[in-house]
Ligand binder design. Structure first.
Ligand code: PHE
Length: 455
């Protein structure tokens, strides 16, 4: 299997289209739903500092590796890794890395879609003024009413999967690129409006910003450090081939270093802005910052319900969440679609219908884990928790570890130097040290923690 010089799926129309698409993949539920609540649970500033350090030392080199591998192979991750291995005269079995990734993307999308579906439901509830003057009990009940009804959850999950697969079916430039060029500016605009809204809370805004940026190291635990590392990984969409497949559509003479830095910075800035939009509202209403996963769906509506213009801003907030999830969802399934089209000779449309149906079906496990399947417990976890644990804590770190090893050790220096085309030897060797030693070591630590070996 030889490496083609362009992908059969087409190519991003510009470097900026790639940056938008990859940033769209990175910015998702992880930034707006997960980052604020794990920061809240881990005491703020010190946690944020560790997270930023991880983005720079693990996330960035790994992102460069994925883009580099993708652009060199120019096929779906499985075929890409196979043909690079062959060229490097290494075992074709390295392709198992891509298989873990394909499967991880598939499973993540199945539950991601259910959460995104809840966000769609909340867009309507918010704009309709359902949260006006709501009490904490009331907010809890509204969420419980939505999640305890399998039919409602299923309907929203279906809507989200159909939206996702419709875009994917239209292809790289006609679907993915079109969506992100519309969504990303809208997302940034909404976020800035919401930060402006939060800034109106005066002192509480300062309190929110201080919570994010003034580190208090007494509040950070070893587990907190590991959570920060794991999240750096998830939020940049690394370890499962999403960035790799996007890299396979990247024009030849684009600087991988520059685009990767841009994407990592954009993702980080958006997560921090989300924190700046959310924390002041929580403080202003005297609510608990450490509410966990319910922060967005149960705590935040109380804040919106008690502020002037809350229905409008609340609706915009959930719209932001839906947009962010949408542009991530397409990247979760793209590796599988590219594989189906290349290896099973089916049309993109057909591949999207088939994969979409399979993901939808798997999503039933998450839908039911909120209601009729609440008591289906395996290893002490509901189905949703189990799928989340399996992917975020096991499959992504494992995938990322192997990608780092593949890029740093299996590929020759000559190939990586040629593909990255970094002119400064210091920068190239800095990358090599990070990808060969630092990133694998860090990922092993995350992994051991995830399976509980570090207590
Ligand atoms: N980065 C996305 C988020 O923060 C999630 C994601 C993970 C997307 C892996 C693609 C691949 O929500």
């Amino acid at each position: 299997m030889n490496r083609p010089s362009t992908s059969i799926h087409g190519q991003w129309s510009s470097r900026w289209a790639f940056i938008l698409a990859a940033t769209g993949s990175a910015v998702g539920l992880g930034n707006i739903w997960k980052f604020p609540y794990i920061t809240g649970e881990n005491g703020g500033g010190a946690f944020v500092l560790v997270y930023l350090l991880c983005i720079a030392c693990i996330g960035l080199p790994l992102m460069m590796a994925e883009v580099m591998i993708g652009r060199r192979g120019r096929q779906n991750p499985v075929n890409t890794i196979k043909s690079i291995s062959k060229e490097e005269k290494k075992s074709p079995h390295w392709k198992f890395i891509a298989w873990i990734g394909l499967l991880a993307g598939f499973i993540i999308l199945s539950y991601y879609s259910v959460i995104a579906g809840q966000a769609i439901a909340y867009v309507f509830r918010s704009f309709a003024g359902v949260f006006e003057g709501v009490t904490p009990d009331g907010a809890h009940n509204i969420y419980a009413t939505l999640t305890s009804d399998p039919e409602r959850l299923l309907a929203w999950h279906t809507v989200f999967i159909v939206c996702t697969m419709t875009v994917v079916a239209r292809g790289v430039t006609g679907g993915l690129e079109k969506l992100v060029t519309f969504i990303m500016p809208a997302l940034v605009a909404i976020l800035l409006i919401l930060v402006g809204f939060a800034a109106n809370t005066g002192d509480y805004f300062t309190q929110g910003v201080e919570f994010l940026f003034s580190p208090d190291f007494s509040k950070i635990t070893p587990e907190g450090v590991l959570t920060a590392m794991g999240h750096a990984f998830f939020t940049l969409s690394l370890g499962m081939g999403a960035i790799m497949v996007y890299g396979s559509y990247l024009p030849k003479n684009t600087s991988i270093l520059k685009v990767s830095i841009t994407i990592a910075i954009a993702d980080t800035v958006i997560a921090l802005l989300a924190g700046m939009a959310i924390f002041p509202l929580v403080f202003a209403n005297g609510l608990s910052i450490g509410a966990g996963p319910g922060l967005i769906f149960e705590t935040l509506p109380i804040a919106f319900g008690h502020m002037a213009g809350g229905a409008l801003f609340g609706g915009m907030f959930f719209l932001l969440l839906v947009f962010a999830a949408w542009s991530s969802a397409i990247s979760l399934i793209e590796p599988a679609i590219a594989w189906l089209v290349e290896n099973k000779q089916v049309s993109r449309r057909r591949a999207s219908v088939t994969a979409g149906f399979a993901v939808w079906l798997l999503g039933l496990l998450t839908v039911f884990s909120y209601n009729i399947g609440q008591h289906w417990i395996l290893f002490g976890k509901t189905m949703f928790e189990l799928l989340d644990y399996l992917t975020a804590n096991i499959m992504l770190p494992l995938g990322g570890l192997f990608i780092a090893i593949f890029a740093g050790w299996t590929m020759s220096k000559k190939s990586t130097q040629e593909e990255l085309a970094i002119t400064s030897p210091i920068v190239y060797h800095g990358w090599l040290i990070l990808i060969r030693y630092i990133a694998p070591a860090a990922v092993i630590i995350i992994f051991l923690n995830a399976i509980g070996l570090l207590g």
